[in-house]
Design a protein around this ligand. Structure first.
Ligand code: IPM
Ligand code: MG
Length: 358
């Protein structure tokens, strides 16, 4: 098969972790006889510095022409600390999501047996937790207009907007996932207070009977936040709107022990995109200490969801698990043991792939 991918390393640790994910992707392609071609493009703060635009037209065109996008991270402290900055890296990310029509962000939350002790939660609560959070990604308060300030600058407002079509398509995506898993969908909203959530709940109640073998339940978002910590095993597929999903997935990610471990896939109208859920970790930039596993596992998701190449994805997972078991890990999970560099972890996994005989 021909794999033609767009590579967007972005800012901060993005380029370091991307390099490892690419080496591994190309080792997997070689193993399975696929032809990999890829092209790099700029996004985020580096794109602002070079072109004034965090998501240049050239980058968008490359994404549209490619079969999948591998994305690192964006963000830079010089923008975070300047509330008056006119252009921000995050605007590039949001425009990219919108222009590529990436309405469904799929964030699997799973545990790694060798890391259970790293979880801030008790092992008996966390063991076996395995769910998928599907976050709506191109609607809600992130994109609703009007958004802004009053003339005197002392009042600010955001608008949360959802249409039936936006809600329906992401709910169907959630049911599709649940059908392949343990057949349970939890719709998270705040229907006791906000109007958009009431529309979400109404539409979910309409759609649920179309999937008679899938159980649907509803949770208010505050309660869901609690339940993720109290009883993470109770979830199979969780589906929610953009801002709730942003918050709940950061919360859920620490169940596994480190934010540096979780990949995500964004799917929608055009090319799908695969990225770690962590950010650009500016303090670590260039030090080769960042955990590359979320990025590497994003490449696994790319094989699986982007190209339907399940064995290839499984090999990457197997190699990642082996590296964890062998203790070849970066400082965030080294736990007093030897801390390996980003590229050492990457190279170990790459060698595992090269040595593998199916
Ligand atoms: C995420 C990030 C982004 C978001 C930021 C960087 C704009 O937190 O992908 O979860 O809020 O969506
Ligand atoms: Mg977030």
């Amino acid at each position: 098969m021909r794999l033609n991918i767009a590579v967007l390393p972005g800012d901060g640790i993005g380029p370091e972790i991307m390099k490892q994910a690419l080496n591994i992707t190309s080792a997997v392609c070689e193993k399975f006889g696929h032809t990999l071609t890829y092209k790099e493009a700029m996004v985020g703060a580096c794109a602002i510095d070079a072109t004034g635009d965090p998501y240049p037209a050239e980058t968008h065109e490359l994404c549209m022409r490619s079969d999948a996008v591998l994305f690192g991270a964006i963000g830079h402290p010089k923008f975070d600390n300047d509330p008056n900055a006119k252009v921000r890296p995050e605007q590039g990310l949001l425009r990219m999501r919108k222009q590529l029509g990436l309405y469904g962000n799929i964030r699997p939350v799973m545990t790694f047996p060798s890391l259970i002790h790293k979880s801030p939660l008790r092992a008996d609560l966390v063991e076996g937790a395995d769910f998928v959070c599907i976050r709506e990604l191109t609607g809600g308060m992130y994109f609703g207009r009007p958004q802004g300030r009053s003339e005197d600058g002392d009042t600010a407002y955001d608008t949360c907007v959802y249409t039936r079509e936006e809600i329906e398509r992401v709910l169907h995506l959630a049911y599709k996932f649940a059908a392949q898993r343990r057949k349970k969908v939890t719709v998270v909203d705040k229907a006791n207070v906000i109007a958009t959530s009431r529309l979400w709940r109404q539409i979910a109640q309409e759609i649920a009977p179309q999937y008679p073998d899938i159980e649907t339940d509803f949770l208010f978002v505050d309660n869901a936040a609690m339940r993720i910590i109290q009883w993470p095993r109770s979830f199979d597929v969780m589906v929610t709107e953009n801002l709730f999903g942003d918050i709940l997935t950061d919360e859920a990610s620490v169940i596994t022990g480190s934010l540096g471990l979780l990949p995500s896939a964004s799917v929608g109208l055009h090319t799908s995109l695969f990225e770690p859920i962590h950010g650009s970790y500016p303090q670590a930039t260039g030090k080769n200490i960042a955990n590359p596993l979320a990025m590497i596992l994003s490449a696994a998701l790319m094989f699986e969801y982007g190209f339907n190449l399940m064995e290839e994805g499984a090999l990457i997972r197997e190699a990642v698990n082996a590296s964890l078991q062998a203790g070849v890990v970066t400082e965030d999970i080294a736990d007093g043991g030897k801390a390996y560099k980003t590229y050492e972890v990457g190279e170990w996994i790459e060698q595992f792939v090269k040595r593998w005989i199916g």
